[in-house]
Design a protein around this ligand. Sequence first.
Ligand code: 5GP
Ligand code: ZN
Length: 143
Amino acid sequence: MQKIMSDCVFCKIVSGEIASEVLFENHHVVSILDINPIHFGHALVIPKVHYRDFLELDPGCYTSLLTGARIVTAALVKGLNLEGFNIFSNNGRIAGQSVFHFHLHVTPRYRDDDIRFILTLKKYQNGELKRYADLIRRHIEVS
Ligand code: 5GP
Ligand code: ZN
């Protein structure tokens, strides 16, 4: 796997080729402000190594990634006096990923803000709950 992608905007941010507003940085992770925020203060937590998506991540970076996310989220909550926040990650174009270098979004939420996840929740019919569980369970691999 290639560690730095020359056409990747986040690799360029990590290397300093593209300027960004860095909130936090450690050996494995950098956190910056998203340039097109859902709310002001919307942060991204980005591994310094290029991984396309969640499934490509090296398990060795899980701890730094989540530790970085926690540090930045705690600072957002204190700095912006938040009552709530979302942490999410888009993986794959159909899921809304636009930068193909894995990252977590941390977004402030406010009472009565204009963000709505419009969801039509489904109901499992006869046997479907178990059928879906079986479809997934047979591929569970613990390494
Ligand atoms: P995705 O759509 O892949 O889940 O998230 C990518 C995010 O990166 C978007 O929210 C977008 O606004 C942000 N982004 C794209 N280019 C840049 C950039 O050059 N600088 C910063 N700070 N954020 C960027
Ligand atoms: Zn990259």
